[in-house]
Ligand binder design. Sequence first.
Ligand SMILES: CC(C)[C@H](C(=O)O)[C@@H](O)C(=O)O
Ligand code: SF4
Length: 775
Amino acid sequence: MPGAVRGPQTLYDKVFHDHIVDEKEDGTVLLYIDRHLVHEVTSPQAFEGLRNAGRKVRRPDCTLATTDHNIPTTSRKNFKNVTTFIDESDSRIQCETLEDNVEEFGLTYFGLGDKRQGIVHIIGPEQGFTLPGTTVVCGDSHTSTHGAFGALAFGIGTSEVEHVLATQTIITRRSKNIKVEVEGDLAPGVSSKDIILYVIGQIGTAGGNGSVIEFCGSAIRGLSMEARMSICNMSIEAGARAGMIAPDQITFEYLKGRPLAPEYDSAEWKKAVNYWQSLRSDPGAKWDEEIFIDSKDVAPTVSWGTSPQDVVSITGVVPGPDDFQNEDKKQACVRALEYMGLTAGTPMQEIVLDKVFIGSCTNARIEDLRIAAKVVEGKQVAANIKRAMIVPGSGLVKRQAEAEGLDKIFEAAGFEWREAGCSMCLGMNPDILAPQERCASTSNRNFEGRQGAGGRTHLMSPAMAAAAALVGKLADVRKFSANIHPTPRGKGSPRVDVAHPSDIESDEDLDKYFDDPEDSQGNTVKSKAPSTVGLQKFTQLKGIAAPMDRANVDTDAIIPKQFLKTIKRSGLGSALFHAWRYDPKTGKENPDFILNKEPYRNAKILVLTGPNFGCGSSREHAPWALLDFGIWCVIAPSYGDIFFNNTFKNAMLPLVIDNEADLAAIAAEAKAGREIEVDLPNQAIKDASGKEICKFEVESFRKHCLVNGLDDIGLTMMVDDKIASFELRRTRDFPWLDGSGYLKNTGVAGGPIKVAARGVPKTRRGEELKEPLEW
Ligand SMILES: CC(C)[C@H](C(=O)O)[C@@H](O)C(=O)O
Ligand code: SF4
């Protein structure tokens, strides 16, 4: 809430300051959360934690749940309930579990029978749940999307989801401020997706680590809300905790009439707009870094490699290792070219595609579909494209597009018109690439295996993906004002290939790995993690350290998406680094992978010589998998922010060692197969003989919790009076943030939203929802 007068502040400083419930001397802050979005993948273990501790959801009125990652995108004409609709058992169980949880805890939920269902980052803004100046969290890294409204929005792990459910707060620290100013008019054919891909190409996927990026400048001010959301969405790919854009008239226009925004023109609306207008960075505010981009330099941009920073202009060629100075980057380039099946020097526009995916929380809003439809109208998807999909971001986007006739344009061109969901963005449902298939995708991540094991992803804007579908190769949308002559399709109807999941993605194999997996000798691999985590004390840890000479290891690589379909925290050790650890064809261990070699099978510590370990997704499954394998400590020069937090929540220690000599000395011990000791109380790393190699830094609050095995939620609940008095002030100053409409709309204040009944009732089951609630 507004406090004492301070010096010039950034937008981030203001929103952060207005949400401080409590602050410790070491800079640890208890931050109030206004809006909590929940989905099926990262919430089951959090609800289980609540249930086990006998805790309630503190603010059901500030919590909104939907199901998006696991669901099929096939027609819902005959949808009755998730039990009969979802074939894959793990996906079904996750969705059923969410439905049981929203019922038990009385939360607002948009299920598959509700037209408002959709990707969590599309429905929040659409409903007016996301508002300027709010703090928004979700167990999902692309929560950064909501920053387009001038909200402080960031992804969290499952332990933090539980913390927010129980306390409506989060324990955090201040981030650094980065300003990215984009000036000038965008050239024709250039979109906000090109801006963000270009920015990531410039600053790298670790460029924003530990920071919040504010995007500003005339190019940003000229963008629609949809386009701004695409930019903030991918701040996480730039390594940032969050992206923000100051709210303005375009923001207020967007919010008018949204069901959960204050009623337009009411006294509350006017009060809100008055506050929202104050949400901008002051002249003279202090930036930790300022980046200037001239719009003239931004061309339609596509990715060539396996990291979102691997981008070039569509008129460029595939780079080679000689194009990079640094040895890590040269090696990463060699690996990426091999994975992507590309040769340096190939013109980008000669790269032939197999599939096209227009969808995801980055680019599946109505404006994205309109642009893509404009490009493909009256034309045909090229004959070599096996499958071209349009997956709207929400049921409402789908309806709007149908009202405008966009579905007919797409279908006539040979695209499939699907139901809303995450779909082929990460392929947790059956929409996946087969090994070696190449896809033009409007999503946000091109990591190895992201869209299916062995699949190859090229990121781009919706207009560029539409153009690529017509040409059958990566294509420059700017050429489309002139006529293009794609090869016509046989009989004009799309050929739809059934996805070919590789063996390791089947339910049976998954079960096999979760149960007692086997090593190459056929011995059963048992979990090394304790049955419960979070309360273990961490003091001294002595053990073998496994060295890895890699940079930017993403959480998709640490634990691929097919293993996220669990409602447990345990049993993930055998899936750790799955694609690198096992041969995809035989399922046998790859003997060259470090954790398959002696003595590293028993490693307790992982040593990374490259930066940005654990970048990407918020999946807490990554630390759970490490822990289950037996790794309690990771040593690296830097980390993805969400992963870094998630490890601490599991009684693990991620150590930042950025001094090259120290890191080299630790790596030398690891490579020699000798034990090292991590001594947390004394903040020192020692060799096997006890000789100190180096000291390390760790935040004092985190150290205190680890050494004493303290549970964050329990600690926060001890300051309940502070949270309650913050809430009183919030109600007084920002009344529009309380009790969002839906719980009131049901007529059951605080009561559960009904979900479609399944055949077998598990808990209290509501009557079947016949007509979704209107707004
Ligand atoms: C499943 C979820 C944890 C994940 C994320 O956090 O990003 C997903 O949305 C993704 O895009 O990989
Ligand atoms: S990035 Fe993809 S998988 Fe993740 S929330 Fe967005 S659409 Fe879903």
